[in-house]
Structures are given as C-alpha cells and as structure tokens.
Design a protein around this ligand. Structure first.
Ligand SMILES: [Zn+2]
Ligand SMILES: [Zn+2]
Length: 304
C-alpha cells in the first residue's frame, strides 16, 4: 500500500445517508405492504422466477465480480466477462464498484482492528448491548458512516486505471435503475399489462435488491460473529452455513480471511460454494482462467 490518505472523503454525507436509508428500508416496507395476501394478486410464478434469476445473477455480480475478481483478483477473464460482472454487481445496489472494492480491501487490511469500516468488534462496548450494537454497525450501520471508508486512490488504483470500470462505477445509478426496469419490461412483455410489469418490478426488482443486500450484509455481521473458525486469521471471521447458502458461498468467511485470493471460499469437505462452482464451470469452457487455488500444504499451515 502507498502513503496516500487512508480515508475517502464524503462530499454529500446527508444526501448519501438519505439514499442509503431509502435503499435498505424501502424493500422491507413494500414486501410487508404487498406481501400480505399477495399470492394471486401481485405475486405469482413469473415474479418468483424473475426474483430467483435476478437474485442469483446480481449476487454473482457481487460475489464473483465485485469480491473475488475485482477486490481479490482470484481469477482472470476477458473484457466482456469483466464488464458483465461489473454491471451485474452494480445492479445489486450496494454502491459503486470502486467504493465497494476500496471499503472491502480496507476491511481486509484492518480486519476487526481500528480502521476496519465494518467490524462488529471495535468500539461497540461490552456485554449484550455491545454485541447487538456491533452487529447492527457491521450489518448496516456502517453504511451511514463515512469516517472509515477506503480512499479510492490508495485502495483501488488498479480499478481507477481501467476506463471500463471507472465508467461503470461512475454510472452506478444507471445500472441500479436498469436492474429495476428489466423485470418491469419482462413483466410487461410476458403478461401484457402495466400492473404485471409493476408487480415484477416490485418482487424481482425492489424486494430482490433488499433480500440480496441482507444476505451479503450478513457476511460482515454474522460472518464475524456466529459460526466456527477453521483457520488462524487473527480476526473474528467465521464459517457460517446459513450465510454461505444465501450469499452463494461467501459465508465461508473465515476460510476467505485465511486465503483471500482463493477463488473458492468453501475450502473444506461439504462446504457448498455456488460462486466457486460457477467460476469452475466458466474455467472449463475457457471464459475465465488462472483461477487461484489453495494447496492442501498451504491450508495446513493455517489450520487450527
Ligand atoms: Zn470479513
Ligand atoms: Zn474479501
């Protein structure tokens, strides 16, 4: 790392906090309002199918793209794949790519120490109140704070040097909105009414964003609190099956902190890692390559 400043300044903090509150709160409100007696009215197989497809694709945008490719360089790919993953990850509405990567690299640089943007274990007090405060901070509270965000030119100079990624990161809002308009358009085209389009927008757009956000936020909160440690990482990262299932493999978070560049987070027997399976399948057909794997000898050096 360079001697450049650590912290990314925030120009419009109040505006940023309002938008964050809107993005994380609206899916809950709409899911509750429309979820009551929704089947047959706004919820049906088309909406559910689009929800699942949209969830998996945008989750892979985050897990395979933002995280394993852009943050940790755990495999290589061509320009089309790179752009596709950057756009799908942006459609998850977790902030612009370069901010996401900078914050996450800073998380690894200071994991569960002062300077970690979202540790549940730093400065949250003792006892049950401290644990709950820490969990809230790591899950969503940190999204409203800007005093520990990774400076882009320090933490993501490689991304800033890539015009494709700078463009997609700057036009984040466009991709976020497109991720909502696509299900609306499919609903309109398939069912032939504005109402059908709007219900697809609701379930496969807004609620899909909310569900996916909660799954990936849980990696930072539950994945540093509940579950087990298999490897010595000198932080509180854990392996936690429910998060691994919901976040397509990211819940094997202790393994990930032990070997951050590994394309596979589910390193041990029985640890399902859907994202790693997709990367392997892409490698088999030649659209990704130089996939980073961890030998049994390396694993043994850190095994607890
Ligand atoms: Zn972590
Ligand atoms: Zn990571």
């Amino acid at each position: 790392m360079s001697s450049k400043p650590e912290i990314q300044p925030c120009e419009h903090e109040t505006r940023d906090r309002i938008i964050t509150g809107f993005v994380v709160g609206l899916p809950f409100v709409l899911a509750i309002v429309f979820g009551i007696r929704a089947w047959g009215q706004s919820l049906n197989f088309l909406n559910l199918g689009l929800f699942v497809v949209g969830y998996v694709l945008t989750c892979l945008g985050v897990t395979m793209g933002f995280h394993r490719l852009f943050t940790h360089r755990s495999f290589k790919c061509g320009r089309t794949m790179k752009i596709t993953l950057a756009i799908l990850g942006s459609m998850a509405v977790e902030g612009p790519l370069i901010s996401w990567v900078s914050d996450h690299r800073r998380h690894h640089a200071h994991s569960d120490q002062p300077g970690d943007p979202h540790s549940p274990h730093v400065d949250h007090g003792e006892g049950l109140a401290g644990t709950l405060t820490g969990l809230w901070h790591a899950h969503m509270g940190w999204l409203f704070m800007h005093d520990q965000r990774g400076a882009h030119d320090r933490y993501a100079p490689d991304l800033l040097a890539d015009p494709d990624l700078v463009f997609i990161s700057r036009t984040f809002l466009l991709w976020a909105v497109l991720g909502l308009l696509i299900p609306f358009g499919i609903g309109l085209a398939v069912a032939g009414s504005i109402g059908a389009g709007l219900s697809c927008l609701l379930w496969a757009g807004v609620v899909r964003v909310g569900a996916l956000n909660q799954s990936t936020f849980a990696v930072n909160s539950l994945g540093h609190t509940f579950g087990r440690q298999s490897y010595n990482t000198r932080d509180h990262s854990t392996n936690f099956l429910p998060v691994a299932l919901l976040a397509l493999g990211e819940g094997w978070h202790n393994n990930h902190h032990a070997f951050p560049t590994s394309a596979r987070h589910g390193l041990d027997r029985g640890q399902v890692d859907v994202t790693a399976g997709v990367i392997s399948a892409c490698a088999k057909v030649g659209i990704v390559w130089d996939v980073v794997t961890i030998s049994e000898e390396r694993k043994a050096t850190k095994r607890l």
